[in-house]
Design a protein around this ligand. Structure first.
Ligand code: DC
Length: 215
């Protein structure tokens, strides 16, 4: 059986770290789907397009592959652009097949994003929905930005996270929402190591329920 783990959740919930850790633990390939949307947002900016214009945004889905290695993709500003381009139906459609192909690869996969358990891989073996309070997520993002040499006021980060949550949850196309069969992991009070340990425990328990034994 192809083990596919879907990890969804809001910005700065730690889902990326958990997804990478799960992939290493179970020996699966990992795709950070947010990076694809970030590349589209960055490409729109680089080509002078308007992220809120559906045609400009859709055109940017033909970004060069090398853009995925661009260190600026992790910037807050690019995250906000990604959230804006990701509301467009054409953008989501253009990125969908690539994500589905990744999920179906032999050997299994872990994908993290916003709509993995609901749209990209609704048949995933296990679905986790990772979340934390806005305060906890803002504090983490603030610390992460400081490590990268960017001192952005905590309140600015908090407001940006809240705006992105609202946009990602409120959009018509594939909004951020817990899949009905997702397992909730609230890691507001956990550090990264504890959070991964809890995710592994939850996945192991779900696999045992499904009668699946990871190799
Ligand atoms: O996970 P992230 O912060 O890198 O994602 C950036 C934005 O991309 C997010 O605010 C919404 C969008 N996104 C999406 O719409 N669907 C996904 N599967 C992943 C990200």
């Amino acid at each position: 059986m192809n083990l596919v783990i879907a990890v969804d959740g809001p910005t700065a919930s730690g889902k990326g770290t958990i997804a990478r850790g799960l992939a290493a633990h179970y020996g699966l390939s990992h795709l950070d789907t947010g990076l694809l949307y970030r590349a589209v947002g960055r490409q729109v900016a680089l080509t002078g397009g308007d992220p809120d214009d559906p045609l400009d945004a859709e055109r940017a889905t033909a970004f060069p592959a090398i853009l995925l290695d661009d260190p600026f993709l992790r910037d807050e500003a690019v995250g906000a652009l990604a959230s804006r381009v990701s509301v467009h139906k054409g953008v989501r459609a253009a990125l969908l097949q690539r994500q589905r192909d990744f999920a179906r690869q032999p050997g299994g996969a872990v994908l993290d994003g916003r709509d993995i358990g609901t749209v990209v891989a609704p048949d995933a073996t296990v679905k986790l929905f990772v979340t934390a309070s806005v305060e906890a997520r803002a504090a983490r993002r603030h610390a992460e930005m400081l490590r990268r040499g960017q001192d952005i006021p905590l309140e600015t980060i908090r407001a940006d996270l809240a705006a992105r949550d609202a946009r990602d949850r409120g959009r018509a196309e594939a909004p951020l929402v817990e899949a009905v069969d997702a397992i909730l992991l609230d890691n507001s009070d956990l550090d990264a190591r504890q959070s991964l340990a809890e995710a592994i425990r939850l996945v192991d328990a779900a696999l045992a329920r499904h009668g699946v034994r990871p190799d």
